[in-house]
Design a protein around this ligand. Sequence first.
Ligand code: NAG
Ligand code: NAG
Ligand code: NAG
Length: 197
Amino acid sequence: MLSILFILLVVSISSYGYSSPYPLYACASVHLDSSSTKIGTLYFIQISAKSPVIIRGILTGLVPNQTYHGFHVHESRVDDNKPNCTAAGAHFNPFNRTHGALVSPKKQRHVGDLGNVYADHDGNARILIEDKIIQLGKGSRSIIDRTIIIHKDIDDLGMGGHSDSSTTGHAGARLGCGRIRMRPWMTLRDVLETFLS
Ligand SMILES: *[C@@H]1O[C@H](CO)[C@@H](O)[C@H](O)[C@H]1NC(C)=O
Ligand SMILES: *[C@@H]1O[C@H](CO)[C@@H](O)[C@H](O)[C@H]1NC(C)=O
Ligand SMILES: *[C@@H]1O[C@H](CO)[C@@H](O)[C@H](O)[C@H]1NC(C)=O
């Protein structure tokens, strides 16, 4: 949390006038699989090429007490007009690694492996993730125009011993997904309200 406060402090004192493309912002409107019913919006921010990406937002309407749900970036983008999370393809894995955890070393996870999110007893998942592997800028680790997916089951982080543990973490069906889109800018007030709330 402290590093997030620090990053926001840097945003608040940095001038928007430099030619650097940073800070970069993105968002994803997450809908159910095969339905346009929206379950929340996720916001992404990256302050500089070397900063982590911070993901913030709330997903609602999950089954109460399901606790953990696998959460990943998948390689292809979904079409908002034809809801279908299957169309997102496999985990975003540009370096052909095996499946791992958010905190695994970079050679032991897919770029898109973001671990699990926790759904509380009301079925709400309040998401606050900080990750240095995914990127919003250009390059092979960019998650722009790919898809964020929340799965039905817990991601075993590659350690569950199931036939699909080393590819998908045995996280089961795709509950919801959303295309990650670049946002040209956010006001400082929106940044503070989104990432500090
Ligand atoms: C969903 O996407 C998958 C993979 O692209 C495709 O095989 C399937 O036909 C699509 N389903 C619908 C209903 O469009
Ligand atoms: C990916 O790695 C696996 C072994 O982990 C290997 O069998 C496969 O050929 C590799 N695929 C590519 C496209 O390099
Ligand atoms: C979820 O768990 C809480 C606390 O254990 C319990 O009070 C509540 O009834 C449970 N809800 C469901 C839908 O199982």
